[in-house]
Structures are given as C-alpha cells and as structure tokens.
Design a protein around this ligand. Structure first.
Ligand code: SF4
Length: 279
C-alpha cells in the first residue's frame, strides 16, 4: 500500500472510532439516535458541504480561494456567525471524495489560487479531505489550506501532514482554564489554550507555513488579546492575521456584546507594535 492509500485508510478509522479532536468521542461517532450521530460535533459517516465558491475573504496570498464550507463544528462559540451550518451537520449537500475532487479541479481551472477547507470546522471531515486529496494526486496544482479552530489532536495533524500545504489556525481565547474561562464558556472547548497552542507548535514542527488568526472581541483585551499576541510574538516563525470583524449576536447570554471601541483598537495597535508583530 502506498503512503496516500495508507493515509486514507488511517483517516477513515476515525469514522468509527473518532479521536480527531480532544472531545475523543471514540465509537460514539458511529452511533446514531433518531438519525443523528452521537459525537459532540454530531458529524457522522457522511460529510455535508454547506457551500463552496471562489472567495476573496481569505488572506491576500490565497485569493481567490476555492473555499469549501463543511457543516458541523467541534466548538460551540456563542457568537458564531456560521451557526446555520456549523451547528447543523446535515446542512447542505452530501459529498463524496470523487465529487469534491471534481469540483476542486473545476475551481482550479476557473482561477482559484488555493483550496481552503473551512467550516464549521474541517476537523471532523479529515477522512473525506485526505481521501479527496489522494484522489486528486498531482492534478491539484494549488496549495491546500486547512482553516480550523485548531482544537485538534496530534493524531489529526499527523493524518494531514502529507497533504496540507498551509495551516490557518484560529487562536481566539486566552490561557485561563476551567468552566469560567473564555475558551470553555464562550467556545465550548475545555483545555482550549493548551490544546490549541500545542497544535500550532506541532504544525510548525512539521515544517508547515502557519498563519494564525486572532479575532479581536470587545472587552477581551486583557484576558485574550494580550496573552495571545504575547505568545505569538514568542514564535517568530508564525505569521499573524488580526481580524476586526467581530459581530455581536442578536441573542446570546454569554457572547461579548457591542462593538470594538477605538480605544481597544489603539491598545491592540500599540501592543502589536511593542511586540514587533507585523500582520
Ligand atoms: S471530530 Fe467530532 S466526533 Fe470526532 S472527536 Fe471531535 S467532536 Fe467527537
């Protein structure tokens, strides 16, 4: 068996015993109740794509990207702007590796400069992604990008090592731990900081290009932005992308409310400058 076939087989094992993220649902992924998979993300055996398009919302070097938005997510962010499909894994159309490969080739011919696997989160769909990239082989001439919350296990990163060219992780929340921490309270991801920073370091150790995104949230300078930027500055090999498009949800008990204030943006600018961060 060649390396690509081995990777496809290894990834497919997580369809019945899933350890792609720290929720470690194991065999629950393959169990269904009333047609719904019992893992935390509720993604079962079949991946659904909510939408795919040539997209200019990614970082400049990736544009236009062939953006593939998978349904389902390993996080539960209270301010998610993609809740329509992130929290509904059956939203959109079911796809096979062969179908997705064909669409990637089509978008490549139309001028896509990258193919970006996004969500929701792409982690539960790693079996399909690995199979799709194996199906494409040398016909894919554009870089493959994994755009994720990076709440991942090292097993998930190992599966993708040979097939992904660039990682685009989020580092949203600061290092507090416990139920009151931002990562757990706002994102639904226990142990957030340790898991995500370790996964980013692991991606770097694989020799990948890594561009870390940090979403600025109103009222979260001290708890999130300050420690995140300080940590990013300690790893010069990382590239940084700061996002300012936070949108407070109309209804949520715990999500940050309001909009970023000018003083907050100035504080971030000053901090980034003092840390010599460029984005
Ligand atoms: S990817 Fe989904 S099924 Fe797999 S461990 Fe994570 S939450 Fe559970």
């Amino acid at each position: 068996m060649n390396a690509a076939a081995e990777a496809v087989e290894g990834a497919a094992r997580h369809l019945s015993d899933c350890h792609l993220c720290p929720h470690h649902c194991g065999k629950r992924r393959a169990e269904e109740r009333n047609g719904v998979a019992q893992g935390v993300c509720r993604v079962g055996q079949q991946s659904y794509v909510a939408s795919e398009m040539l997209h200019c919302g990614e970082e400049m070097l990736l544009q236009p990207a062939h953006a593939i938005f998978f349904s389902g997510c390993t996080a539960r962010c209270t301010f998610c702007v993609a809740a329509r499909f992130a929290f509904h894994p059956g939203y959109g159309l079911p796809v096979t590796a062969a179908q997705l490969a064909q669409r990637i080739l089509q978008r490549q011919a139309e001028g896509a400069r990258s193919v970006c696997f996004i969500g929701g989160d792409p982690a539960p769909h790693i079996p399909l992604i690995v199979a799709t990239l194996a199906e494409l082989g040398a016909r894919r001439q554009i870089p493959a990008v994994f755009n994720s919350n990076f709440y991942l296990t090292s097993a998930a990163l190992d599966l993708r090592a040979g097939s992904i060219d660039l990682y685009l992780p989020d580092l949203k929340f600061g290092p507090e731990v416990g139920p009151a921490s931002c990562g757990e309270r706002l994102g639904g991801m226990p142990g957030y900081w340790e898991v995500v920073t370790q996964a980013i370091d692991y991606g770097l150790a694989q020799g990948k290009r890594v561009i870390v995104r940090h979403l600025l949230m109103p009222g979260h300078f001290e708890c999130c932005t300050l420690p995140v930027l300080t940590w990013l500055a300690s790893r010069p090999a990382l590239e940084v992308s700061l996002l300012t498009q936070y949108l407070a949800p109309a209804r949520s008990r715990s999500a940050p409310t309001g909009a970023l204030q000018m003083e907050e943006l100035q504080a971030v600018r000053q901090l980034a400058k003092s840390l010599r961060l460029v984005w």
